[in-house]
Design a protein around this ligand. Structure first.
Ligand code: PMP
Ligand code: GLN
Length: 410
C-alpha cells in the first residue's frame, strides 16, 4: 500500500495510474508501490546502526583544502550571509569560466552561460525538468546514477538505457546507435562514470555527439568526477568535441574535487538559451544557493595545478590499497580509471546476489557497500546481480581495515 496520512490521505508524488510504472523505474516507488528512499540513505543508515565501515555512500572522511574551508569562514565573518544573485555570486561564475578555460580551453560567458546550483543534483533536475517534455525519450548509460531516472520520471520522460559492458564498461556502439531515434530529446552522459569508474574513450564520446547532432538531441554531461582520473586516463569534456558545444550542458560540483559534499554547490554551463531555461526552473527549486560557500568554491577553483594533481594522486593510492585488499579477499574488482568507486564481482566468493549480500555485509564482516542493481532498471538487474560498489574516498588505514574484514567472508 502507498504511504497514507490520517489528514491528507494518500501521500505520494503525483505519479498514480499510468505513471506508476514510470515512478517505479524512477526509484520513487519500490516494487510494492511504497515510497522509496535512495540506496545511499539506506546504506548509510545501515552503517550508522551497525557501526560498520561505510564504503557505501560516496563521501570523503577527511576535509578538503584548508584555504577553501577558511574562505567560507571568512565569508560568513564578512557578512556574505544573505541571498546571492539568482545565477550565483559573480566571483564564482567568473572562477567557473576561468576553470573551464584553464583546463579545457572552453570559453563561456559568466553572465549568460553559467549558473550556480544546489550541487550537481539540482543542476541535473532543473535541466531535465526544463528541457524534457512528457513522452520525450532520454538516453542514459546503464548502470546510471539514480538521480537521472528520478528526474526523467518526474518530467514524464521515457528513460532509454544503453548498457556499459564489463570489464571496461564502455558502451557497445551498435547498441548506442539503436537507442537514438527521432523521439530522443536528450542524452545524459556521466564521464568519469559512477558507479563503474569508467572513463569513456574519445571514440565513444564522438559517437554520442554525432548521434545527438543527427537526431537533434541535447547532450547533458555530468562531469562531477572531472579531476578524479588515474593512470594514463585524461578527462575529455564532451563539450570540447566537434559539434558538441552548442547543444551541450556541462554539469559539475565542488563536492568531489574539494571534498565538501555537504556544501552542495554545483553548476551548469552551456549555451545561453539552454542555461536560461534551466535557470527559469532552478529559481523555483531552490531560488539561490549558500552564499558564503560560493566565494570559498571560487578560491578552490583557482588553486594551482599541483592541488589538482595531488587530489588525483591521493585517490589513486587509495584505489590501489582497496583494489589490492579486495583481490586478496578473493573478490573480483574491475579497476576504475576515474571516480572514487570500484565495482566488484562477488560470485567468486560464493555470493551471486549482491543486493542480498549488501544487506547482510555489516553483520557478516562490518563493512557497508552498495549493490550495482541500485543503478539499473529492475528488468536489467540480473545482468549486474553479483556486483557491489565500494567507495575508496576514505583514509588509508580505514581501507586496509575494510579489506581485512572482507577477507573473512571467504
Ligand atoms: N552525479 C554523480 C554521478 C554523482 O555521483 C553525484 C554524487 N554526489 C552527483 C551527481 C551529485 O552531486 P552533488 O552532491 O553535487 O549534488
Ligand atoms: N554520489 C554519491 C554516491 O554515489 C552520493 C550520492 C547520494 O547520497 N545521493 O555514493
Amino acid at each position: 500500500m502507498p504511504s497514507s496520512s490520517p489528514i491528507i490521505g494518500t501521500a505520494r508524488p503525483a505519479l498514480d495510474g499510468p505513471w506508476q510504472r514510470t515512478a517505479q523505474f524512477a526509484g520513487l516507488l519500490d516494487s510494492n508501490g511504497q515510497l522509496a528512499s535512495t540506496i545511499f540513505a539506506e546504506m548509510t543508515d545501515l552503517a550508522r546502526r551497525t557501526g560498520a565501515i561505510n564504503l557505501g555512500q560516496g563521501f570523503p572522511d577527511t576535509d578538503g583544502p584548508r584555504v577553501v574551508l577558511d574562505a567560507a569562514k571568512a565569508a560568513i565573518a564578512q557578512g556574505i550571509n544573505q541571498y546571492s544573485p539568482g545565477r550565483g555570486e559573480p566571483g564564482l561564475l567568473a572562477a567557473i569560466a576561468e576553470h573551464q578555460q584553464r583546463f579545457y580551453g572552453l570559453e563561456w560567458d559568466p553572465a549568460s552561460e553559467i549558473i550556480v546550483t544546489a550541487g550537481a543534483t539540482e543542476a541535473l533536475a532543473a535541466t531535465v525538468l526544463a528541457l524534457v517534455r512528457p513522452g520525450d525519450e532520454v538516453i542514459t548509460f546503464e548502470p546510471f546514477y539514480d538521480a537521472y531516472a528520478a528526474a526523467i520520471g518526474l518530467a514524464g520522460g521515457e528513460h532509454v538505457t544503453v548498457g556499459l559492458v564489463p570489464p571496461t564498461f564502455q558502451p557497445d556502439l551498435h547498441e548506442l546507435d539503436e537507442a537514438f531515434s527521432d523521439k530522443t530529446r536528450m542524452v545524459i552522459v556521466n564521464d568519469p562514470n559512477n558507479p563503474t569508474g569508467a572513463v569513456f574513450t574519445s571514440e565513444v564520446l564522438q559517437r554520442i555527439v554525432d548521434l545527438a547532432v543527427r537526431h537533434n538531441a541535447i547532450i547533458v554531461t555530468d562531469e562531477v568526477y572531472e579531476h578524479l582520473v588515474f593512470d594514463a586516463a585524461t578527462h575529455v569534456p564532451i563539450a570540447t568535441l566537434p559539434g558538441a558545444r552548442d547543444r551541450t550542458i556541462t554539469i559539475s560540483s565542488a563536492g568531489k574535487t574539494f571534498s565538501v559534499t555537504g556544501w552542495k554547490i554545483g553548476w551548469a554551463v552551456g549555451p545561453a538559451e539552454l542555461i536560461r531555461a534551466v535557470l527559469t526552473v532552478k529559481q523555483y527549486l531552490t531560488y539561490v544557493n549558500g552564499a558564503p560557500f560560493q566565494p570559498a568554491v571560487a578560491a578552490g577553483l583557482r588553486l594551482d595545478d599541483d592541488f589538482y594533481a595531488g587530489v588525483a594522486a591521493d585517490l589513486q593510492r587509495k584505489r590501489d590499497i582497496l583494489m589490492d585488499g579486495l583481490r586478496r579477499a578473493g573478490l573480483e574488482p574491475f579497476c576504475p580509471s576515474g571516480t572514487y568507486f570500484v565495482l566488484v564481482g562477488t560470485a567468486s566468493i560464493g555470493f551471486a546476489d549482491a543486493a542480498d549480500l549488501a544487506r547482510k555485509l555489516p553483520e557478516l564482516c562490518g563493512v557497508v557497500a552498495v549493490p550495482a542493481s541500485a543503478f539499473v532498471r529492475p528488468e536489467h538487474a540480473e545482468r549486474y546481480r553479483s556486483l557491489l560498489r565500494f567507495a575508496f574516498c576514505k583514509q588509508e588505514d580505514v581501507l586496509r581495515e575494510a579489506a581485512s574484514r572482507l577477507a573473512t567472508l571467504r
